[in-house]
Design a binder for this molecule. Structure first.
Ligand code: F6P
Length: 318
């Protein structure tokens, strides 16, 4: 029986469990033996393998995190680490490997593919920063988590007539800030892709308070800078009372949204279809509501760009 390995790597995201469940159950239904690899590429080097039966992925669909656990492996970045990983996979008879993770995890999967393991990538990151997919796993859930947190902050900021500066994740990508910002009706969104003029933003916020607003919310993607520093600058320019909140890892938890559960179930199904067709060396995504795939090379050659039209939508709403 042919074996398919599956691992989760890098920062976890809500919906990884749902993806694993779909891969495992569809794989078993198609006659494959499924092997879970714990703790990402670290577990691959330590042969931390476990055979997965259908019942082993029961009760995980609605849980955040990843039951296989995840890691950012330093050793796997080295040539020796990769050789060890290939040897371990060959020794265990694992011919196919599905890697659920972000850009760094994809690079590892592409390397293994070059060395004779048939690999697949699923976009597991809340940041939505992978090219050639409209959404990444967990992004939608994260937007809901952030939107709820902003609601709580709005209550207390209104009571005290303050400006809330909220830092969300997104090292190089402003998608969480932009989407959650629009969903929350915030007053300013700072993203790494578009330079911001804090002095101008401060003047606008001050004007809002003078017109009778009781609170203001400024969203900052972590790639722009620290919420604390930006809150301080806004206070210096406007004299308004500001508070900084870093949402941090709260954004990576919580039960996956219905969208994340359905989309990951579809991707898990598709990856097994690709295995059966012997198509490999590809990463899956969702484009215009279709599950698509592209070679790793295509993904690496593409840029993930901020949706400028969406930014324009925001600008016209404030
Ligand atoms: O999952 C991606 C990400 O959320 C980034 O936005 C963030 O910078 C990073 O992970 C932090 O993750 P960790 O603390 O696990 O290294």
């Amino acid at each position: 029986m042919k074996k398919i390995g599956v691992l989760t790597s890098g920062g976890d995201s809500q919906g990884m469990n749902s993806a694993i469940r779909s891969i495992v159950r569809t794989g078993i239904a198609s006659g494959f033996e499924m092997v879970g690899i714990r703790r990402g590429y670290d577990g691959l080097m330590e042969k931390d393998f476990t055979i997965l039966e259908s019942k082993d992925v029961g009760d995980i669909l609605y849980r955040g995190g990843t039951f296989l656990r995840s890691a950012r492996s330093e050793e796997f970045r080295t040539e020796e680490g990769q050789t060890k990983a290939v040897n371990n996979l060959k020794e265990a008879g694992i011919e196919y490997l599905v890697v659920i993770g972000g850009d760094g995890s994809y690079r590892g999967a592409a390397e293994l593919n070059k060395q004779g393991i048939k690999t697949y990538g699923l976009p597991g990151t809340i940041d939505n920063d992978i090219p050639l997919t409209d959404y990444t796993i967990g992004f939608d859930t994260t937007l809901n988590v952030v939107t709820e947190a902003i609601g709580n902050l709005r209550d207390t900021m209104s009571s005290h007539e303050r400006v809330s500066v909220i830092e969300v994740m997104g090292r190089d990508c402003g998608d969480i800030a932009l989407h959650a910002g629009i969903a929350s009706g915030v007053d300013a969104i700072l993203v790494p892709e578009i330079p911001a003029d804090i002095q101008k933003i401060s003047a606008k916020l001050k004007d809002g308070f003078e017109r009778g607003k009781t609170h203001s919310i400024v969203m900052v993607a972590e790639g722009v800078g620290k919420a604390e520093d930006i809150a301080h600058q806004i206070n210096e320019y406007s004299g308004l009372d500001t508070r900084a909140t870093v949402l941090g890892h709260i954004q990576r938890g919580g039960t996956p949204s219905a969208f994340d559960r359905v989309f990951t179930s579809r991707m898990g199904h598709k990856v097994i279809e690709l295995v059966e067709k012997d198509i490999y060396g590809v990463a899956l995504g969702i484009e215009k509501n279709e599950i698509t795939y592209h070679s790793f090379e295509e993904i690496f050659a593409s840029e993930d760009e901020l949706n400028q039209n969406l930014y324009k939508v925001f600008e016209d709403l404030v």
